[in-house]
Design a binder for this molecule. Structure first.
Ligand SMILES: [Zn+2]
Length: 226
């Protein structure tokens, strides 16, 4: 992209928080394999490259357990992040887990990793499993301070959603890793005849909001500015 094509002056690295989580731990939580890659794959790779320890928590695998488990491992590997399965004893739907148990498991994640930041689903999401995770993440804030962000609702087929980012991450340097990590979930895309180009296009549109090639937008639930 040439400067003339940019609609606004681009954000400078000094404007961002690239080093905010260097040498700290960031925990990203998704209901299913592929949610984190779709929602914030570029952000996670960027945080990792900036020296954060990044843990991808996949809460559940509803079916095709072994296939999707391997795809999740591959996705995390591409983004160079650690991977933890929350319900790791076979296929299970989050709706079948009591809310108090889910909160207890996420409490353990917060105690174990002591994250500086947590990224999870949004209240604007329409998938009930995603909402269950978002709602179970909220009470974990009582245990310790961490920045808490929500990412754009994730889906394989686009539907109209009212999600308005309050913060952006420039993922121009990691968009290819994001796209690669999404295609690792071939059972959800290639094998179902679904293509993934809309995620690149969407990141490009969000990038235009801050004057860079590609970005991912986040909602801010809680953040310490200084
Ligand atoms: Zn999902």
């Amino acid at each position: 992209m040439t400067a003339a094509m940019r609609q606004i002056l681009p954000a400078s690295p000094r404007d961002g928080l690239a080093s905010r989580y260097t040498n700290k731990t960031v925990v990203a939580i998704g209901a299913h394999p592929d949610d984190l890659e779709i929602g914030i794959g570029g952000t996670l790779a960027r945080l990792r490259r900036n020296g954060a320890r990044v843990v991808m928590v996949v809460a559940s695998i509803p079916k095709d357990y072994e296939v999707r488990r391997e795809e999740a491992k591959r996705g995390a590997q591409i983004l160079d992040c650690e991977l933890k399965f929350l319900l790791d004893d076979g296929p299970k739907r989050l709706e079948d887990v009591k809310t108090c148990e889910l909160v207890g498991m996420l409490d353990d994640v917060i105690r174990d990793y002591e994250p500086a930041a947590v990224l999870t689903h949004s209240a604007a999401d329409f998938h009930n499993d995603h909402l269950l995770i978002y709602n179970a993440c909220l009470p974990t804030q009582r245990l310790r301070y961490f920045d808490l962000f929500s990412y754009h609702p994730t889906n394989c087929r686009p539907v109209p959603i009212a999600f308005h980012p309050k913060a952006y991450v420039d993922v121009s340097s990691t968009i290819d890793a994001k796209m690669h990590s999404i295609t690792a979930h071939s059972s959800q895309f290639g094998e179902r005849g679904l293509d993934t180009t809309m995620y690149r296009e969407f990141a490009h549109v969000q990038g235009r909001m801050i004057g860079v090639d590609y970005a991912e937008g986040l909602d801010v639930v809680r953040m310490l500015l200084a």
